[in-house]
Design a protein around this ligand. Structure first.
Ligand code: ZN
Length: 214
């Protein structure tokens, strides 16, 4: 299917973005595109361009490096995100945070709802807010619905770290940054987080910096 004429500007912009090759420039906080609700994906790019765009998102996420990337983070206002997490963390951290490896996947028009009342609070960061991390209390488990890159229905429950990633990336598509949901008193530079708050859970950080945990 060719891109529809209505959306030619969007397809053209993506073509331009991809023309340079290599990882795409990541848009940083302060740019309005990160604060707008993205448009549902409805074939605007056509299958061939969508495949190339998804591949560019994957490359860009790997190069950053990160475990998720949403289209608005490269300046494209479509409800598309990618994620992949090899989970290269110590066993103790993996267990406490539920950080299990997550294979590469594409989320198209995703939406989530909580499963149960449990919340989990951990430090997280964002490629669009480089240099910083903060603790965010999120749903411990979510049901994610949407499609994959081939239009197949996605309806799946996520828990642990993958649940955190899908909430973070889906939030991007609604113009929400993790800082909107964060305990701002936990805000730490990457250097401080690595030096002081690398424990599996943020209990010591909560006590020392003065914020609440769920
Ligand atoms: Zn982010």
């Amino acid at each position: 299917m060719a891109p529809s004429p209505d959306h030619a500007p969007l397809a053209e912009r993506v073509e331009e973005l991809l023309a340079a090759g290599g990882p795409l420039p990541i848009v940083a906080a302060g740019q309005p595109v990160l604060r707008r609700a993205a448009v549902p994906y409805d074939g605007q790019l056509g299958p061939a361009l969508l495949a190339r765009f998804v591949e560019a998102l994957r490359l860009t996420m790997h190069a950053a490096p990160g475990v998720g990337l949403a289209a608005p983070q490269v300046g494209v206002e479509l409800r598309i995100a990618v994620l992949e997490d090899p989970a290269p963390v110590p066993e103790e951290v993996a267990v406490v945070r539920g950080r299990v490896p997550q294979p590469f996947r594409v989320l198209v028009n995703p939406a989530y709802e909580p499963v149960g009342d449990a919340r989990a609070a951990f430090f997280e960061g964002c490629l669009s807010v480089p240099g910083w991390q903060a603790v965010v209390a999120r749903h411990a488990a979510v049901r994610l619905r949407g499609q994959d890159e081939r239009g197949r229905t996605l309806d799946e429950e996520f828990s642990g770290w993958p649940a955190r990633i899908v909430q973070h990336e889906t939030d991007h598509l609604d113009g929400t940054l993790y800082l909107d949901r964060a305990e701002l008193r936990s805000l730490s530079t990457n250097e401080a987080a690595a030096a002081l708050w690398a424990q599996p859970a943020p209990r010591a950080a909560a006590e020392a910096l003065g914020f609440d945990l769920p």
